[in-house]
Design a binder for this molecule. Sequence first.
Ligand SMILES: [Zn+2]
Length: 123
Amino acid sequence: MASEVLCGRCGALLTNPTAPCPRCGSPASGGYHSSSVRPRKSPAVAAALAIVPGLGHFYLGHNVKGLAYLVGIGGLQFFGFDLDLTVIGAAVGVPMELGGGGLWLFSIVDAYRTAKHMESGGY
Ligand SMILES: [Zn+2]
């Protein structure tokens, strides 16, 4: 009982304090780090992940934007849906004249720029 440790992130009881938390995956070494510390996001990783439409933005925590890219680009490129780009474009601020391929490239650049922006302390 005396050696039981609670996860610093989600509060789950850790039966093995040296192993990652089984519930949230938080590394347990040291344990109690502040949840207000935002993990650093690498612009390079964000851009690389953005090659899969939306994934770069999911990585950055911009889930709504990522989903817009995923649906817009994924739908256009892989399923051939005749999507209304006006809606997608309005959601992510992309010029309408860009097609699916342009939107895809834009999403990679946008993921990179967003990560850069977050790195410099903004959001
Ligand atoms: Zn946890």
